[in-house]
Design a protein around this ligand. Structure first.
Ligand SMILES: Cc1cc2nc3c(=O)[nH]c(=O)nc-3n(C[C@H](O)[C@H](O)[C@H](O)COP(=O)(O)OP(=O)(O)OC[C@H]3O[C@@H](n4cnc5c(N)ncnc54)[C@H](O)[C@@H]3O)c2cc1C
Length: 495
């Protein structure tokens, strides 16, 4: 099954052509997710010649698989920001997201986009007394930033809680309806969108950059790397500063009337809830079962856990759609937005949204396009991508280093105890086969699919995801299908 947003908008999708010539543009945007498309929108009234190049189809990756809450409530975060950064920084983070949410609404109103947008209150809730203490601290922190949050004891959805922090007047929408409408608007204003076109390299040239695809090249003065995870490793070194985390999602017919509101619990594991209009009623969307991409854990029942969560609230729940996706998390928990590197001017990046990139994609697009258009943006320095701050998340840094050492060196040297006979039906394993380590998936008919289980990005050993039947990289989150075709960046090439 596929993302509810993608599955139900196939009829709205336009055919965009594949790039089959060399072209010359002012701005080349790589990636047609919300960062790429919104950036195109902000450039569409300028005189600049702009092209978007997309590996797959429009809004078919993270943006098309998100929970799509439009909010500045990024779980419990503001007390952390005030204490780890400063009051001023926390205020800028909040204001940047509030203004972005308002801009998204303004675009929807101005362009009359039908994307199931609705204003909603957003809640982070506590199960235990320790969590309640954190909620109370967050309420004080957010109030100190002059935002009208509230502490509440009860919420409209029948979720058991000791208390919650409510952000009023947040919003939700169907991200793919929004993105497809923006694509229509920008193409009518002369912006070209090329789909099914993989960018393989970006190199500096005398006049700017040469963006290469398999058979063609694009000359551009400005390049926006809107590829979710940057596809170029050097000199940005983002692979040393971020990891990816996966989540699973279900859309459920609860057979009940559903109340308004968007919800997420404050502790790990998190479960996120929202509704969306569906055939005259509402579906419940439940997202969670997070884990680091490529982590070797028992994933078998990720969707079952979500179904159980839905049934605890609404026992008649029937799952209609299921999907999964991943997002980049920077080690200091702040997105990277702006110059890719101080030695590559006019090459921009937007990444590390920590699963809050619906609003942040607008923040990022505005900052980057303001830079291109020569406009001042007051948040330009707040999320600066070239920052060299001390790493705040030492635990995760330790995990990343350990995972990289294991996946790049130690696991590769270890022999696998398994042989082909040990691979069950519908199972994937790394085995020893003719003196080589081989990744094998055996389908439900017994047919085996073999790959070399080494990531094409930086060479880490892959692990098998039993829920999705994919080979995932534990170092940087690239993902491949059972034949070794790339599903998710940063990898560019198949294995
Ligand atoms: C489970 C989950 C739930 C989330 N829920 C929320 C939420 O409720 N609210 C919120 O604010 N945020 C949420 N987020 C985060 C948000 O969805 C993402 O941060 C955001 O959509 C990222 O947008 P993007 O444009 O950077 O990436 P994408 O949408 O992934 O776009 C990147 C595009 O680049 C293309 N690309 C990659 N490599 C190449 C290449 N080599 N050549 C050409 N094209 C390429 C890809 O095909 C893709 O289309 C969630 C994230 C997850 C994982």
């Amino acid at each position: 099954m596929c993302s509810y947003w993608i599955e139900t908008t196939k009829n709205l999708e336009k055919e965009y052509k594949h790039l089959s010539d060399d072209i010359d543009v002012d701005v080349c945007i790589i990636g047609a997710g919300l960062v790429g498309i919104t950036s195109a929108y902000y450039l569409s009234d300028s005189k600049l010649k702009v092209a978007i190049v997309e590996r797959d189809s429009v809004c078919s990756h993270v943006s098309g698989k998100s929970t799509a809450k439009i909010t500045s409530q990024h779980n419990l975060f503001y007390d952390y920001l005030i204490n780890s950064y400063s009051h001023d920084f926390a205020k800028k983070y909040l204001d940047a997201n509030e203004e972005a949410a308002q801009r998204i609404k303004d675009i929807i109103d101005k362009e009359k986009i039908d994307c199931d947008f609705s204003v909603q209150d957003s809640y982070v809730y506590a199960y235990s007394s320790e969590e309640l203490f954190d909620i109370e601290k967050e309420v004080s922190a957010v109030k100190s930033l002059d935002f009208p949050c509230e502490f509440v004891k009860e919420m409209p959805m029948p979720i058991k809680t000791l208390g919650a922090i409510k952000f009023p007047n947040q919003a939700q929408f169907n991200p793919r309806k929004y993105a497809l409408a923006l694509c229509d608007i920008v193409t009518k204003k002369g912006i070209e969108i090329y789909t099914n076109t993989v960018v393989t390299d970006v190199e500096s040239s005398d006049s700017g950059y040469i963006v290469s695809t398999a058979n063609n090249s694009i000359k551009a003065k400005y390049v926006i790397l809107a590829t979710h995870y940057p596809i170029i490793n050097f000199p940005g070194f983002y692979f040393l500063k971020m990891y990816q985390s996966m989540s699973y999602a279900i859309a459920v017919d609860t057979k009940c009337d559903l109340p308004e509101g968007m919800y997420i619990n404050s502790s790990i594991p998190t479960y996120s809830f929202r509704t969306t209009p569906y055939k005259g009623k509402k579906l419940l969307i439940v997202v969670g079962a997070d884990h680091k991409t490529g982590e070797k854990i028992d994933l078998e029942n990720a969707y079952k856990i979500l179904e159980k969560k839905a049934k605890e609230l609404y026992p008649q729940s029937e799952v209609l759609y299921k999907w999964c996706t991943e997002d980049c998390i920077s080690l200091d928990k702040i997105p990277y937005i702006g110059d890719f590197s101080s030695i590559m001017p006019n090459l921009y990046v937007a990444t590390g949204f920590k699963k809050w990139g619906i609003t942040f994609s607008n923040v990022a697009s505005k900052i980057i396009t303001d830079k291109i258009l020569g406009n001042k943006n007051k948040y330009e320095n707040t999320f600066e991508a070239t920052r060299l701050e001390p790493i705040k998340n030492r635990d995760e840094l330790g995990n990343m280093v350990k995972e990289s050492i294991y996946s790049l060196v130690i696991n590769k040297l270890k022999d696998s105890p398994d042989t082909l006979d040990d691979v069950g039906m519908d199972e994937g394993k790394i085995i020893e086969y003719e003196n080589e380590k081989v990744g094998v998936y055996r389908d439900t008919n017994g047919k085996c699919y073999f790959i070399k289980p080494v990531c094409a990005h930086l060479g880490c050993e892959l692990s098998f995801n039993n829920v999705e039947k994919t080979w995932d990289c534990p170092c940087h989150g690239s993902r491949y299908d059972i034949n070794g075709n790339v599903l998710s960046e940063p990898a560019i090439h198949n294995i």
